[in-house]
Design a protein around this ligand. Structure first.
Ligand code: PLP
Length: 407
């Protein structure tokens, strides 16, 4: 929770201008989350319907607890709490590579994997590794707004490719139009936060073709950074394309924050394929970036635990129930929604300005995040990684909102 500070830019303060700016525009998602806590203190947690944060409601699988206990009991000799290589434990990286190879028919080795402090840590490491000041990084709207901060941390320039509001599949032509000689990377997030859409194989092929052509045109690599914390959250048997098969200069960033409900443990990996241009340099630099950004290495105990739980899964059936319940409830109330195919977000068109909608929803103790926070106004994101009761409790409020705002 941030302390409220009322200052203007002209008043003297001792923090950097950039951090000062950030204190003045804190993340809307975090703000809503704090608002949820405030309302819960006033009205009781059960009377507040907080759909703001992607914080999984369902606990980590039992296997995680068992693995942690067993490691503490029986693996003390592996130096469980010690420093290690900046890339992480070699046996853990090998286990991760083997698991990817089994699932996607690839041929990666431990030397392609760096364990990271979640997806956020991984993205900061790879952006620090790749960017010179002024290098451009494309993001596809609507997008996870923290990308802008991560890119700025590495002195890069954020370039937003406008949303395709037809079906929220990114438009390859719009990507082509945004690439310049300064483009170093494109961040892609599939399944997508905030829309819940899974980018199709056709979309991926088209974007890959554009990037291959642009690499030729400009004579340098453009890296596709595939941010995949929601890979396992795909419904109705939907396939999430594995990008290294389509585009050689792909670097994958993964996290167990959502797939094993471990967001507070801060654990994920970067996968840097040997076929990527300058693989050795990138790998070595990313290890150094891990060190100098102050991560040093991904947390040791949870590294060892996830290595034992690579085939475990969160309760996807429970998310699926939530998805259907919320979607059908909102449609019945009269709202226009994108049918979620993956992740745990529902993207809903607002009948009025999205910020006004959020303010109106708050009066019903419903907290959702405005689309403007994802560079796509006119929508809200509803995170349904909550208990079923929260959805059932909120639906009457949504119906009243529909009556107030649609009819
Ligand atoms: N990328 C996306 C698209 C996310 O939604 C999130 C978290 O919500 C992250 C990255 C950060 O994930 P992590 O907790 O693994 O750092």
């Amino acid at each position: 929770m941030l302390i409220e500070v009322k200052l203007t830019m002209s008043q003297s303060h001792n923090i950097s201008e950039r951090m000062f700016e950030l204190t003045q525009k804190n993340s809307a998602v975090r703000e809503m989350f704090e608002e949820g806590n405030r309302l819960a203190a006033l009205y009781g947690r059960e009377n507040v319907y907080d759909f703001s944060l992607g914080n999984p409601y369902f606990p980590a699988p039992e296997a995680v607890k068992t693995a942690i206990s067993d490691i503490l009991e029986n693996e003390a000799s592996t130096f469980v709490h010690g420093y290690m290589s900046n890339s992480g434990y070699a046996d853990v990286r090998q286990a991760v590579a083997d698991n990817i190879n089994r699932r996607f028919g690839t041929g990666f080795a431990a030397g392609n994997v760096i364990m990271t402090v979640g997806a956020a840590g991984g993205l900061n490491v790879i952006l620090k590794t790749l960017l010179n000041p002024g290098d451009e990084v494309l993001v596809l709207a609507p997008y996870f707004l923290e990308y802008g901060n991560y890119i700025a941390n590495a002195d890069g320039v954020l370039v937003v490719v406008p949303a395709n509001t037809e079906d929220f599949q990114p438009d390859a032509k719009a990507v082509a139009a945004a690439v310049t000689s300064k483009t170093k990377a494109v961040i892609i997030n599939n399944p997508n936060n905030p829309t819940g859409v899974i980018y199709s194989e056709d979309t991926i092929r088209k974007i890959s073709e554009v990037l291959k052509q642009k690499q030729k045109e400009y004579g340098h690599a453009i890296y596709l950074l595939s941010d995949e914390p929601y890979r396992e959250l795909a419904f109705d048997g939907a396939e999430v394309p594995w990008l290294t098969k389509y585009y050689r200069n792909t670097i994958v960033g993964y996290s167990w924050s959502k797939s094993l409900s471990l967001p507070g443990e801060r654990i994920g990996y970067l996968l840097i394929p040997s076929e990527a241009d300058d693989y050795e340099l990138i790998y070595n630099a990313a290890c150094i970036a891990t060190r100098i950004l102050g991560f040093v290495n991904a947390p040791s105990l949870i590294q060892r635990a996830v290595a034992r739980c690579l085939d475990e899964s969160t309760d996807i059936a429970a998310y699926d129930l939530n998805r259907r319940l919320l979607y059908s409830g909102l449609k019945k109330a009269g709202f226009e929604c994108v049918y979620p195919q993956g992740a745990f977000y529902l993207w809903m068109k607002t009948p009025c300005d999205d910020r006004q909608f959020c303010a109106a929803a708050k009066k019903h103790n419903i907290l959702v995040v405005p689309g403007a926070s994802f560079s796509c106004p006119g929508y809200v994101r509803i995170a349904y990684c909550v208990g079923e009761d929260t959805i059932r409790g909120a639906l009457p409020g949504f119906e009243e909102l529909a009556e107030e705002l649609i009819k």
